[in-house]
Design a protein around this ligand. Sequence first.
Ligand SMILES: [Zn+2]
Length: 146
Amino acid sequence: MTTVKLQARPKPGDTFTLPNGKRVEVRDIGVPYVLPPAAVCDDPLCPWHGHLKIRLKLLEVTVEKVRMHKAAVVTHEWVHYIRKYNRYERRRRRMRVRVPECIEVKPGDKVIIAETRPLSKTISWVVIGKKEDVTEWTAKHEVLGT
Ligand SMILES: [Zn+2]
């Protein structure tokens, strides 16, 4: 598996040749607010450079642990409204997500994750970018709040 850091941020549709001779195209993942990472990888399960399709269920979460191989534990926090008491309660959920090779995360980072098909017993979400890669978008936290 190879990852190459780029000087500038690529656009969807750009093609790059890795040192091992593989040609990698930056795909359009269908989320115009999230910019592609400034690196190219040949990870087949990467939403940008592989063939992993994402579903348009997006969350903004905080990275908690990165001890697994190409995966991380993230915390999703949201507020849930309780009508009887006319107040909000905080809810939090820990999730395991896949981290493609071109995106480096460390604990404390805010990242955007998208739902995918189940990749393993506990992983069905993938990191598509960091908070600083996002333009003109705010997360809707009601998505899981049922
Ligand atoms: Zn990639």
